[in-house]
Design a binder for this molecule. Structure first.
Ligand SMILES: Cc1cc2nc3c(=O)[nH]c(=O)nc-3n(C[C@H](O)[C@H](O)[C@H](O)COP(=O)(O)OP(=O)(O)OC[C@H]3O[C@@H](n4cnc5c(N)ncnc54)[C@H](O)[C@@H]3O)c2cc1C
Length: 459
């Protein structure tokens, strides 16, 4: 519970309408896309960096934890106020401040919704590629804080690759700018890259300068169904070896196909064991040529069906298979742990085989799909929390899934970050010296540990 005097001070900063403490007003800020729940003491909606700075100065004086939050769509509990404190929501800071069509950059506030930004720049013939599947509701600030990626990362990279500069309020309240508007710049440490993916633990992002690209003139979507996972995985490597970097190379395993087909009756071929959804973009003539070449490259690899969309309506039909994955999974079991391991792309079949063994050992259904082009597989461990002992078994299975990714030269998380849910596992991937260096960075910037405490490391 916050002291009355402190609440009055906070109210004078953000205004009566932008501070909430009533249960019904703060309830939804106790959750994100995990199934964890931690209620805050207060929820604040500041308007700008000055207000964020004033809040953080009070938080340091009073030793109150502050938890930055965008849309709350995170998959690891990063925005959740474990232990109580203030949830600082950025959604009032939701202006696209400028789009500079000469220098191909844009400056935005952190609360802008990802898709709205994409649509705004596309109207000007420009392109902001990072496309997390949550783009209809996630915020750009949340995307930067998590270094969000999406299907287009294989060709264009993740959010970090488009961030040129930031305005950030440090945990102690100072407002700084990092990076800038120039493509080059090597003066001082690269704070911009450090802050991208820092999960709201090193500062509150209040402005972002993004790099933009010209909007590709055309794209072509293809769906290839294979008779084995190995065939699909070999196809990924073969396409890239063939000097084509597709915009998208999405993978779905047999369990995923069964879920989608059972629920939505898409008539997928019964001998299909894995699917690749492939998209190329660029010059209209080039994308036609690339689609033909991809068909030729993958033909000997056990393709049982290959469809090329003729227009955007057909492309939408092909994407449907991928988009229907999430709603179908709940038919397997009502609860899920969604992990997002990454391995070098040539090792995708190996990691899938390891996961199949883990599934057999624990008797828990595991459904795999994701971004095969960059080796980022979403491993969905489907459980029913009401079945006694199932949650505990799932936790053991998760540790083994992480171990498999690490053994094959990969990482525990490509997109979702560590937050609360992966913090207990971080020592599997990072050694004590790495963790100590990261903690000393955190301590230097946040000596009172007020900003998003308890995240990333099990302190
Ligand atoms: C259906 C669904 C699909 C998803 N698909 C993808 C996907 O394809 N790729 C992917 O990468 N992720 C995906 N996610 C996860 C999630 O949407 C992303 O991590 C997203 O970037 C979070 O944005 P947000 O605004 O919801 O942030 P929140 O969930 O509110 O916060 C996430 C983290 O960022 C911090 N934070 C938020 N705003 C700021 C700020 N301004 N300054 C400092 N720290 C801040 C928070 O403290 C927290 O640690 C998906 C989630 C869902 C529910």
């Amino acid at each position: 519970m916050l002291k009355k005097k402190v609440l009055e001070e906070l109210r004078s900063i953000v205004g009566e309408a932008n501070l909430a403490t009533d249960r019904q007003d703060i309830l939804c800020y106790s959750y994100d896309a995990t199934q964890m729940e931690f209620p805050p003491d207060a929820v604040l909606h500041p308007a700008d960096a000055m207000e964020v700075s004033a809040i953080l100065r009070i938080a340091n004086r009073e030793m109150i934890p502050v938890f930055p939050r965008g849309a709350g769509s995170g998959f690891t509990g990063g925005s959740l106020p474990k232990g109580g404190g203030i949830v600082l929501v950025t959604t009032r800071m939701n202006r696209i401040l400028r789009v500079d069509t000469e220098n191909l950059i844009a400056e935005v506030e952190p609360g802008v919704v990802t898709e709205q930004f994409q649509q705004a720049v596309e109207k000007l013939g420009l392109f902001y590629p990072p496309d997390p599947a949550s783009l209809k509701f996630s915020t750009l600030g949340g995307n930067v804080a998590e270094n969000a990626g999406g299907p287009r990362a294989v060709k264009y990279g993740c959010t970090r690759d488009f961030v040129m500069g930031l305005e950030v309020v440090l945990p102690t309240g100072e407002i700084i700018r990092t990076g800038g508007e120039t493509y080059k710049g090597v003066v001082g440490y690269d704070m911009t890259r450090l802050l991208c993916g820092s999960e709201g633990t090193l500062g509150v992002i209040t402005r972002i300068i993004f790099k933009l690209l010209p909007l590709p003139e055309a794209k072509k979507t293809m769906l290839a169904i294979f008779d084995s996972i190995d065939g699909a995985a070999k196809a990924v490597s073969a396409i890239i070896k063939g000097k084509i970097i597709p915009t998208t190379l999405e993978f779905m395993d047999h369990a995923t196909l069964l879920c989608v087909d059972r629920r939505f009756n898409l008539g997928l071929p019964p001998d299909g064991r894995a699917v690749l959804l492939i998209e190329v973009d660029g010059d209209p003539e080039l994308v036609e040529k690339q689609a033909l070449k991809i068909g030729e490259i993958i033909a000997p690899l056990g393709v049982v069906q290959f469809r090329v969309a003729k227009d955007s309506a057909e492309s939408e039909q092909l994407w449907k298979v991928r988009r229907l994955v999430s709603p179908s999974l709940r038919d397997v079991n009502p609860d899920k742990y969604n992990e997002d391991i990454v391995v070098p792309r040539s090792r995708v079949p190996e990691v899938i085989r390891r996961i199949e063994k883990i599934q057999e050992r624990y008797g828990i259904p595991i459904v795999n799909f994701g971004h095969a082009g960059d080796g980022n597989i979403h491993v969905n461990i489907m459980i029913d929390k009401l079945v006694p002992g199932m949650e505990e078994k799932a936790e053991k299975a998760i540790a083994e899934v992480f171990r498999a990714a690490l053994d094959l030269g990969g990482t525990m998380s490509g997109e979702h970050g560590v937050g609360l849910s992966k913090a207990p596992y971080i020592e599997l991937e990072l050694n004590p010296a790495q963790i100590a260096a990261m903690k000393s960075l955190k301590h230097a910037l946040d000596p009172n540990n007020v900003l998003n405490p308890g995240k990333m490391f099990s302190w």
